[in-house]
Ligand binder design. Structure first.
Ligand code: HEC
Length: 223
């Protein structure tokens, strides 16, 4: 065997080995991102402030969902009843010498009033994200509907259509689009992956139903 041929064989071997190592590495990363190996799953479970119902759910999705809802997305910052009741008494981290503890009685129950976008028009009020008597989150939305809401911002409940005359408490004026959710950061969340949206949805199915503070919710929504 000439020196040249030997060199060629060795190089080919090295390339094959490199490709093999690369492939197995990327496989490992992929598997890890989708299972308990993802550290966010564990963090998600440790920060969830309410008992979770894992029946018929994949724990790795619920854990990741908790991470996205509680750590990355701060959904409860807006979807609780407001800053005064977001934390338990004596556990407001913004106060002196207090350690944070979220208030389960308002957790994701909605009803925070962000006021009117312009005077005399409809108040923008966060919605109850916990599941209702149907077992589905935010007023019975299927995963398909939930994905549509987050990807497009569409308000399937039509809470505040555009005003046709003078602004009143049930409509919002142009230039705001009455068909779309206002204040809700859907323009950010719309680029989350399908997997992450599924995780958020599964987490919302797992948290306990509460009546919440949104005046437009039906009475006895938990059944
Ligand atoms: C900055 C405040 C804010 C944050 C953060 C926020 N939301 Fe919202 N969200 C709102 C408001 C306000 C509404 C209602 C908007 C309206 O009526 O125009 C809303 C509406 C929604 C709706 C529509 C509910 C329905 O029944 O149609 C969903 C779903 C939703 N939010 C999910 C989430 C999730 C999930 C997160 C976290 C990943 C989140 N939101 C974070 C303010 C917020």
């Amino acid at each position: 065997m000439t020196k040249n041929v030997w060199l060629k064989i060795t190089c080919t071997g090295a390339v094959v080995a490199a490709v093999f190592v690369y492939t197995s590495m990327s496989n490992t990363t992929h598997v890890k991102a989708d299972s308990d190996g993802d550290p966010r799953v564990q963090i998600g479970f440790s920060v969830a402030p309410v008992p979770l119902n894992l029946d018929d759910k994949k724990p790795e999705l619920v854990g990741l969902g908790s991470y996205l809802v509680n750590v990355a997305g701060d959904c409860n910052g807006c979807h609780s009843a407001g800053p005064m009741t977001e934390y338990l008494n004596g556990h407001n981290p913004y106060f002196l010498h207090q350690k944070k503890q979220l208030n389960p009685a308002t957790y994701l129950g909605g009803g925070r009033d962000f006021g009117a976008l312009i005077p005399n028009s409809a108040h923008i009020i966060s919605r109850n994200l916990t599941h209702d008597w149907t077992g589905r989150p935010e007023g019975g939305n299927t995963f398909h509907q939930f994905k549509l809401i987050i990807r497009t911002g569409v308000d399937l409940d039509h809470r505040h259509p555009n005003c046709t005359g003078a602004p009143n408490a049930n409509c919002i004026p142009a230039p705001f689009n009455g068909n779309l959710l206002q204040i809700m950061p859907w323009p950010n969340f719309q680029d989350l992956s399908d997997y992450d949206l599924r995780a958020i949805y599964e987490y919302l199915r797992a948290v306990p139903c509460i009546q919440g503070n949104d005046p437009a919710e039906p009475a006895h929504r938990c059944g």
